[in-house]
Design a protein around this ligand. Structure first.
Ligand code: SER
Length: 334
């Protein structure tokens, strides 16, 4: 049976992963959690600070959790701004999850990142096993996290699986303070304002992936036979690599008037320290990973889906405005 807990469930990745998990395993099998109360009062949501071991254990016991997708984390840019919080959540939070997993025989998914790599890592076709000399605290927490996962797998037999995710592009929920956020923000700005100011230089080339591919990769990895999993630190995983400028050109094929200018900020140095193209042959060989979306397909789908979402948001707003005005009129008459 799968009784699943998702930490950081309302973040960029969690928002889409929860939907996919509920489709696969049933609504009531998937418990969301996060640090704040959700607006929708969902009965399958628990407020959880992953640094609080007893709170975590109570939830695991209450729902008889057997699988955790541990997404709660501070990303690269936010991690530089809030280093203590980044360490607490990313390191102590993960250790709590692994300890609970060890005690209760829980299977764990841990998202690592291309941020484990650094200036001395080969930038092209970055191998699975290579130099990991991250220049961000976030990257340091992810390298440590990978080592912890490997340790808990081999020392304690915890079934923990992990992917070094690239920048994830999606439309359901905004990204939360990463360096690759420009490749997401750009779509909304292009549609709304016809203009975007990009915080990395045009030639900045990074590994990226469309959300449906990221979800497919996570599900494939978690559903693979455990004998197929030969890497317990974290798998290199890749889909596409493109520069900011190539992304702009692809969007301009659909939105002819779209303009982008460039004002690099502190995130440029982070982006420069990461690889451009990742070699993920191990994931492809071990459990059959294959991506579906290239740059053209990502841009086409993102623009279509985001346009629909924006229309829906506008309709919701109009409906809300109308309802407020109706209530006022009833109030005046009453
Ligand atoms: N998308 C992440 C970030 O930019 C990389 O893991 O921080």
């Amino acid at each position: 049976m799968n009784r699943i807990l998702v930490t950081g469930a309302r973040g960029q990745l969690g928002s889409d992963l929860v939907v996919a998990l509920r489709q696969q395993y049933g609504d009531s099998q998937v418990i969301e959690s996060g640090r704040s109360h959700p607006q929708d009062n969902s009965s399958l949501y628990e407020v959880l600070d992953v640094t609080d071991q007893s709170q975590l254990e109570a939830i695991v016991k209450r729902y008889r959790i057997d699988t955790i997708y541990h997404l709660a984390s501070l990303l690269s840019a936010k991690g530089e701004q809030h280093p203590n919080q980044c360490w607490e959540i990313n390191i102590n939070g993960l250790r709590n999850i692994l300890e609970i997993a060890r005690s209760y025989g829980i299977k764990v998914f841990f998202p690592s990142s291309i941020a484990v790599f650094g200036p001395h890592t080969p930038k092209l076709d970055t191998p699975q096993i290579t130099v990991e000399d991250p220049s961000t605290l976030y990257g340091i927490t992810k390298v440590t996290g990978e080592l912890l996962c490997h340790y808990y797998a081999y020392r304690w037999g915890v079934d923990v699986r992990s992917l070094r995710l690239p920048g994830i592009i999606s439309y359901s929920a905004p990204p939360g303070g990463g360096t690759t956020d420009f490749a997401v923000e750009i779509f909304d700005h292009a549609l709304r304002y016809g203009h975007y100011t990009c915080f990395v230089r045009p030639e900045t080339r990074l590994p990226m992936m469309y959300m449906p591919d990221a979800i497919a990769a996570i599900l494939m990895l978690m559903q693979a036979d455990s004998t197929a999993i030969t890497i317990r630190s974290s798998y290199n995983i890749a889909a596409v690599s493109f520069s900011a400028e190539e992304l702009v050109k692809e969007i301009q094929k659909h939105l002819l008037d779209f303009l982008c200018d460039y004002k690099p900020d502190f995130r440029q140095a982070i982006a420069d320290s990461w690889p451009s193209v990742i070699d993920d042959s191990k994931a492809r060989a071990d459990w059959g990973w294959k991506h579906r979306y290239d740059l053209a397909a990502i841009v086409e789908d993102m623009l279509a889906k985001l346009s629909l979402t924006n229309i829906q948001k506008q309709l919701d707003k109009d409906e809300e405005r109308q309802a407020t005005s109706d209530r006022r009129q009833i109030g005046v008459r009453g």
